[in-house]
Design a protein around this ligand. Sequence first.
Ligand code: C2E
Ligand code: MG
Ligand code: MG
Ligand code: MG
Length: 292
Amino acid sequence: AAKSMGRDRVRLFSPGLREAARWRLEVATRLRDEAIDQLVVHYQPVVRLDTGAVEGVEALVRWQHPERGLLAPDTFLAVAEETGQIIPITRWLLRETTRRAAAWAAEGLPLRMSVNISARHFSAETLVRDVRLALRESGLPPDQLVLELTETSIAEDPTRAEDQLTVLRRAGIRVAIDDFGTGWSSLAQLFSLPIGTLKIDRSLLVAAERVTGGEGGAVLAAIVALTRTLGIRSVAEGVETVEHLRMVREAGCDMVQGWLLSHPMPADEVPRWVRRVQEAGGDACAIAAATA
Ligand code: C2E
Ligand code: MG
Ligand code: MG
Ligand code: MG
């Protein structure tokens, strides 16, 4: 089945206090030099709910650590953010992912590429330049790239965020708000910004599932209705089960992403996964539901 492909077995470990200090130091030191070569990008499909067509992929970074195995971003990105290494890492990621998307498009598989941008990079002067350079070098059309920003990035300095978003929009680059529902930004503030997509965090899905009698689904539906009114597209993150799929469909979400459809997978598996969906009729949601 399509969903058994590309299961990325990333490791998350919770070191003890002393070990944690040592780990932070190791990350800080190694990410400065050799570790950038050990970073790999996995890709998770984003699928349209109406047709089940594959809209694009989200790039998710992993560290192929020589001793510890494939490490999840949560184990090293916070340190990279503190040391500022996140900026050269993201520069590399932007080049790698735009090049990849341009190559897939040339093979007849145009997939919109989503890249996560940290708060630190979002508030840096270089972001727009870094993005433009990657687009220019790869030849990827700007509208094929989506930058995912968290609510926190925006809440830190809303005025500056608005300026930065306006510059990106003028350059034709799309922006999505990631992990919606985990922060505390005001809806009014968020929705006054020029954003194209809202990614609804998995925690809202889990919360909605816990509420019985349909009220949980009503919360999701209310958020989606609001995005509709504002011309913002919605993505439900972390769809793991057929029940989740039913809930987000009922709520009226535009797109879905989650283990039910596919785990994040290495780059070379993506064209195979997409072609397999196409050969099975093109509706990734129907295929996933049938094989779940
Ligand atoms: P995110 O951007 O919200 O990415 C979604 C996370 O949910 C990913 O975790 C993905 O593997 C996981 N996921 C996908 N489907 C499911 C599902 O059905 N169930 C569950 N439980 N989880 C699912 P991952 O890859 O560990 O990344 C965690 C976070 O690390 C990301 O959250 C993002 O905030 C950050 N991150 C990942 N890659 C990058 C990157 O290249 N740059 C930056 N700045 N942050 C990154
Ligand atoms: Mg994301
Ligand atoms: Mg998210
Ligand atoms: Mg998340």
